[in-house]
Design a protein around this ligand. Structure first.
Ligand SMILES: Cc1ncc(COP(=O)(O)O)c(C=O)c1O
Length: 244
């Protein structure tokens, strides 16, 4: 038997094979410098932000996309843009990154935990109905590790009980369930572009929806609740609670 590497044997994973993520290329450096050169470092009309929103909406196959400063704010935006608020219950999986629950709590709603299934480590659709009460407003499945939740089952339960469906796709960019891209079926979905994600910007997030009303509320939330129209004077009044 070979000696284990830890005991002085040969390494199975050679030195230098493990690289940092994401790989950074000259193209990335040029893209960052082009933002500096444009002199527009932030804002709803920043050219690179607008281009990313359009490209990501097309990639997922949804009407609307907004860039956010994190996946957590994109998830909060999904919660708040759909009118979920104080005392409303949102069903989430018991196994996820904790900010799924935080996004619900940030809008004074209550996360209700449902156990996961062993095949996907995602919410077990068979256990969702037992968690529904008269205060349940939405189901928020998490497509953990890029493994899609059984959206057919989730959507059927939501339809039966008149519930909204949100999505935590922070680890699931471009992931598909039954040929349908994650982000197209739920009422609103949040993605993360944090350093460790397969689409990475260091820190950041993406909110997507097909719902025009949710999108218009999300535009306000991105401005801390203010209506900001490019080229027009600002009112400096807030009409909602956003985390951007
Ligand atoms: C499943 C899941 N939900 C939410 C988040 C939160 O995203 P962010 O770190 O960009 O706020 C992450 C990533 O960290 C995640 O993996």
């Amino acid at each position: 038997m070979q000696t284990l590497a830890i005991l002085g044997g040969e390494r199975t994973v050679p030195e230098g094979m493990i690289q940092t993520w994401p790989p950074l290329t000259q193209e990335d450096r040029d893209a960052v410098m082009s933002v500096f050169d444009s002199n527009i470092l932030h804002g709803t009309s920043a050219p690179n932000a607008v281009a990313l929103q359009e490209e990501f909406a097309e990639f997922i196959g949804v009407k609307h996309c907004l860039v956010t400063n994190s996946g957590t704010s994109a998830l909060h935006m999904a919660v708040a843009s759909l009118g979920i608020g104080p005392g409303d219950e949102v069903i989430i999986p018991a196994f996820t990154y904790w900010s799924t629950a935080a996004a619900v709590l940030h809008h004074n709603a209550i996360p209700i935990f449902v156990d996961i299934e062993m095949e996907t480590y995602s919410i077990d659709p068979d256990q969702i109905e037992a968690a529904i009460t008269d205060r349940t407003k939405a189901i928020l499945p998490v497509h953990i590790h890029g493994m899609p939740v059984d959206m057919g089952a989730v959507m059927a339960i939501a339809k039966k009980h008149g519930l909204l469906v949100l999505g935590d796709a922070c680890q699931a960019h471009g992931c598909k369930w039954n040929g349908q891209t994650i982000g197209t079926m739920a009422d609103a979905t949040g993605f993360s572009t944090n350093r460790s994600k397969c689409l990475s910007s260091g820190e950041g997030g993406l909110f997507v929806t097909n719902d025009d009303n949710a999108y218009s509320i999300a535009c306000k939330l991105r401005e801390f609740g203010e209506v900001v129209i490019h080229g027009e004077d600002r009112e400096y009044n807030a009409y909602g609670l956003g985390w951007m």
